[in-house]
Design a binder for this molecule. Structure first.
Ligand SMILES: Cc1ncc(COP(=O)(O)O)c(C=O)c1O
Length: 401
């Protein structure tokens, strides 16, 4: 089964649904504070912050240093702006978005609001990120259900493997858009259609894709979709986004703080308890959502991403990973076929096994990647240069000699 065609655009021509631009972006390194000698291919671990984001964070901290300048509407203005900007990333409305501190928080909201009956199962991928695993293990155990872990397919076709795992007993499929170890794709639209046949729910963890891989909530129709903010969304740690489909927006939140209720901006009236929640997905917002230091940082990152355009980010990163993949193959390494991986991700596998301490040895040369399972994970961003690529491949060649 073919993965979605909006991937690795430099290799697979897009079927143009709308007039999106895939022209590559020039280097954006000057927008970050990255010394020349650092070759950072580890955006999937944690993105660096834009210089403008750091400034936005400092401004937020300074506001808290002078609390007399903070008024009740300030507790909502950045949050609501962020909600609107974030909605564009999902192709959703601002009413569909909640502000959360982590992917695990959003997944806990999803688990609290989905029904699993005894004997049913929840589908996950082998070696899926723990935040999108433990919560379902727990939910299954609480309800006499079980987890169905789809083994890694030898041909990298997760989509067929997941579809084959879906049957009348499937309550939920909790999946990523691309696997966090090597970027192998799941065609979520195909999985959604398979779940429709059995009335199953779809929960997606977009932490390793949103911002770098187009996602469309209208096409994929997830019940819940989460993304931690500190990787491809260029945000700080402890921020995240949760999309909640309209049919779940009357559900039960994890917390019952004051600011999720209607008209909470009238602080003097907070003692007059209200039963009504704020509209849409707002009831699921984390407590103290008006995080004055962190939210402006995430907001600034998202605004920059939208101004670059995700389709262009996707196409640019795909070129970078493809250039690395070609040279890695010449060194005898194995890479997933371009149409089976997300354009911004590369997992390099070594036929003889991972060289000892390869991550540390590269880091000694100021080249940063991650080891995840048996994969050397290479995740570039718009700040990477040809010089970075040359240094990485040159050093790798020396290590392999
Ligand atoms: C796929 C995926 N999901 C989620 C996370 C982060 O989860 P949390 O925000 O719960 O710490 C990561 C971090 O590496 C990840 O790779």
């Amino acid at each position: 089964m073919m993965a979605q065609n909006r991937v690795c655009a430099c290799v697979e021509p897009l079927v143009n649904i709308s007039p999106v631009s895939t022209s590559p972006l020039p280097s954006q390194r000057a927008l970050f504070d990255i010394p020349d000698h650092i070759a950072y291919f580890n955006c999937a671990y944690m993105s660096p912050l834009l210089l403008t984001s750091v400034a936005a964070g400092i401004k937020g901290l300074q506001a808290k240093a002078a609390p007399w300048s903070i008024t009740p509407p300030d507790f909502f203005s950045t949050v609501e702006k962020l909600r609107g900007v974030a909605a564009s990333l999902f192709n959703a409305t601002e009413n569909d978005l909640a502000i959360i501190p982590s992917a695990s928080y959003g997944l806990a909201v999803a688990a609290k609001n989905l029904l699993v009956k005894p004997g049913q199962h929840i589908v996950v991928l082998a070696e899926q990120y723990p935040s999108n695993f433990y919560v379902w293990k727990e939910l299954a155990a609480q309800n006499g259900a079980h987890l169905h872990t789809v083994p890694r397919p030898a041909n990298n076709d997760w989509t067929s493997a997941v579809v084959n795992a879906i049957n009348a007993q499937t309550a939920i499929a909790a999946l990523p858009h691309c696997h966090w170890t090597d970027g192998t794709l799941v065609d979520l639209a195909v999985v959604r259609r398979a779940l429709d046949q059995v009335d199953g729910a779809l929960v997606v963890d977009l932490t390793q894709s949103l911002g770098a891989l187009t996602f469309d909530a209208q096409v994929i129709r997830p019940d819940f979709a989460v993304a931690a903010g500190y990787k491809w969304l260029l945000g700080p740690y402890s921020t995240g986004l949760l999309y909640i489909a309209p049919q779940h927006q009357q559900g039960v939140p994890l917390e019952f703080g004051p600011f999720s209720r209607l008209d909470a901006v009238k602080f003097s009236e907070l003692v007059n308890y209200r039963d009504e929640f704020a509209p849409g997905a707002r009831r699921f917002d984390v407590g103290e959502k008006a995080n004055f230091a962190l939210l402006p940082v995430l907001l600034n990152g998202l605004q920059q991403i939208l101004s670059w355009e995700i389709s262009r980010i996707e196409a640019t990163l795909c070129r970078t990973t493809s250039a690395i993949a070609e040279r890695a193959k010449e060194l005898g390494l194995e890479v997933v076929e371009p149409h089976q991986r997300a354009g911004h991700f590369l997992g390099l596998r070594f036929p003889q096994g991972l060289p000892a301490n390869i991550g540390e040895r590269l880091a000694q040369h100021q080249i940063y990647v991650s080891i995840r399972g048996d994969s050397l994970r290479v995740t570039p961003y718009l700040y990477n240069t040809d010089r970075d690529i040359d240094r990485f491949l040159g050093t790798l060649q020396k290590i392999l000699r």
